[in-house]
Design a protein around this ligand. Structure first.
Ligand code: ARG
Length: 457
């Protein structure tokens, strides 16, 4: 059954049907489609556009269809053009003439605009909950690792000592911003397009504010042409998801490095690792690699949608049907990655001794040795040169700064005294960094408190 056979004299070509139909993917939002229809009909009834009797019959019919699909009694039939046609046809089949009044004062253009918004809004809520769960996992690791020293890197070269709490804190900030983006999108998009008709509203006395309210929107959209052709919110979501994936991918990359034989900073739980079919010794970080790998799919959805939208004249054009498949895939991919990544992180263990040993033997305290000299009156540029000589000495003797004798120190600069050892201990190096945002314990404790407060909401 088609919604538009009247003015045609020929059957649609089978290939055209297949090319045109969207039911294979838009059936994903059958719940939202039915919810939107119920709101529309409730509004029509309230406005006296439909009789109370018809309104009741339609709402009951729609609720039954919803239940039957949910319970597997009714299967969505792929021979319909789209989910809208399927629901309407099923309703007419079940309740007769009243069903034919469902689409009064509505077009599939405002209908699909509504369905997509309702669906996206639900997805944003789900994705936000997953990001929050990840943040809670990160916060727990932070709380437990205020004194777990490790090297901080620049250029993937050991730079200065930090703590695991501090390193995790960087990801906390990233994912916190991601939640902010999701929240902003929700706030901006939460206006209802229903009642915009095909493009120019309708001649019926619809109450758009009322249907908007029934559906939990802040209000009705203010331009019917924009309403049916706006997919900005979806582009914004694809962009936010791309950023989430980029963050997950960076984090995955670090875990892959930390899990390597050379680093051994972490152990990925057996439940989150896989083996090799030929090399018995292998335990591979496949989940992290897959998260890193799937990032491209989500970027692809963003670029695809931007490209689809860029040449579309107002208002609705069928190109816009292409907003669905890739963005659905991107949402599913991001949700899957968030859930799996969080599980992997929760069960991962940290080899604290290896991390600390690595912080101790890579001259991560060289800046602090220079600061020591500066505190004793040596100009920083000179101090930098002196510590350079210390490093050269250590490298040629294959030792670290704390293993040098005081005599050797003094041979390079007489300014050094016994207290140099304390000044360059990893603990001192970290704890002296107390400005807010730095890895020192007191600074980190404040951040952890702030994070806790943030997570309460
Ligand atoms: N399947 C269509 C879409 O996803 C629904 C809207 C169809 N509207 C139309 N005028 N053909 O965009």
């Amino acid at each position: 059954m088609k919604l538009w056979g009247g003015r045609f004299t020929k059957e649609t070509d089978e290939l055209v049907n297949n090319f045109n139909a969207s039911i294979s993917f838009d059936k994903k939002f059958y719940k939202q489609d039915i919810r939107g229809s119920i709101a529309h009909v409730t509004m029509l009834g309230k406005q006296g556009i439909l009789s109370a009797e018809d309104t009741k019959a339609i709402i009951e019919g729609l609720n039954d269809i919803l239940d039957d699909i949910n319970n597997g009694v009714l299967e969505i039939n792929d021979k319909y053009e789209d989910i809208h046609s399927f629901v309407e046809a099923t309703l007419i089949e079940r309740i007769g003439d009243a069903g034919k009044r469902l689409h009064t004062g509505r077009s599939r253009n405002d209908q699909v605009a509504l369905d997509m918004k309702l669906f996206t809004r639900d997805e944003i809520t789900e994705i936000d909950a997953l990001v929050k769960k990840l943040l809670e996992t990160i916060e727990t690791i932070m709380e437990e690792n205020l004194d777990t020293y490790m090297p901080g890197f620049t250029h993937l070269q050991k730079a200065q000592p930090i703590t695991l709490a501090h390193h995790m804190g960087a990801y906390f900030e990233m994912f916190k911003r991601d939640r902010g983006r999701l929240h902003d999108i929700y706030e901006r998009m939460n206006y209802c397009p229903l009642g915009s008709g095909a493009l120019a509203g309708t001649t019926y006395p619809l109450n758009r504010e009322y249907s908007a309210e029934l559906l939990g929107f802040y209000g009705a959209t203010l331009n019917s042409m924009d309403s049916v052709s706006d997919r900005d919110y979806l582009i914004e979501l694809m962009s936010a998801l791309s950023t989430i994936m980029m963050h997950l991918s960076r984090f995955s990359e670090e875990i892959i490095i930390w899990n390597s034989n050379e680093y051994r900073f972490v152990n990925i739980d057996d439940a989150y690792s896989t083996g090799s079919s030929i090399m018995p010794q292998k335990k591979n970080p496949d989940i992290a690699e897959l998260v890193r790998g799937k990032t491209g799919r989500v970027y692809g959805a963003l670029i695809s949608l931007l490209t689809t939208m860029k040449g579309i004249p107002l208002a609705y054009n069928k190109d816009m049907q292409e907003d669905k498949e890739l963005s659905f895939d991107a949402m599913d991919t991001a949700k899957g990655c968030l859930a799996l990544f969080t599980g992997m992180l929760e069960t991962m263990t940290f080899n604290k001794e290896n991390m600390e040993a690595s912080a101790a033997n890579g001259f991560t305290n060289a800046t602090d040795a220079a600061d020591y000299l500066v505190n004793h009156g040596v100009p920083f540029r000179d101090a930098h040169g002196i510590v350079g000589q210390l490093v050269l000495h250590c490298e040629s003797h294959n030792i670290s700064l704390d293993q040098m004798t005081l005599e050797d120190y003094k041979a390079i600069s007489p300014v050094f005294e016994e207290d140099i050892y304390d000044a360059i201990s990893i603990k001192t190096c970290v704890d002296k960094r107390e400005t807010i945002g730095a890895p020192g314990r007191s600074a980190m404790e404040k951040v952890i408190e702030a994070n806790k407060e943030y997570l309460k909401n």
